[in-house]
Design a protein around this ligand. Sequence first.
Ligand code: THU
Length: 135
Amino acid sequence: MNEKDAMTLAAEAREAAAASYSPYSGYPVGAALLARDGSVWRGCNVENASYGLTMCAERTALFKAVSEGRRDFAAIAIAGGTPDAPAVPCGACRQALAEFCTPETPVVVVPLSGGGPVVRTLGDYLPHAFGFPSK
Ligand code: THU
């Protein structure tokens, strides 16, 4: 994935973070998931007074897309954190993404503001992912 495409998707993730509901952590996160048909699915983190019910931005975006019939994805961008410590996908989101992506799928991370995007792959974040052999 080239720098320009990474920045375009990262900009969408930053915009998605504007809708974050994160009164407990004060840590807004946005995600933008690019489907192979060209559609972009935005998500943000949605927290809850019962903390464990919190949904991450990445899974919000993924579940929105899958529930609207998309199953093939080209890339995901995540916006959160600071230039010194940008948000990276949590373990649960890595596994959820592995269900519909490949180890080669680009994962773009960018701080909420300042700093440029860093592109790695889902395989970098989740090597040796669990999956059913029959799938
Ligand atoms: N969070 C995300 O939305 N995505 C991540 O990859 C990391 C964590 C959210 C969950 C919670 O609302 C807040 O960030 C602090 O953990």
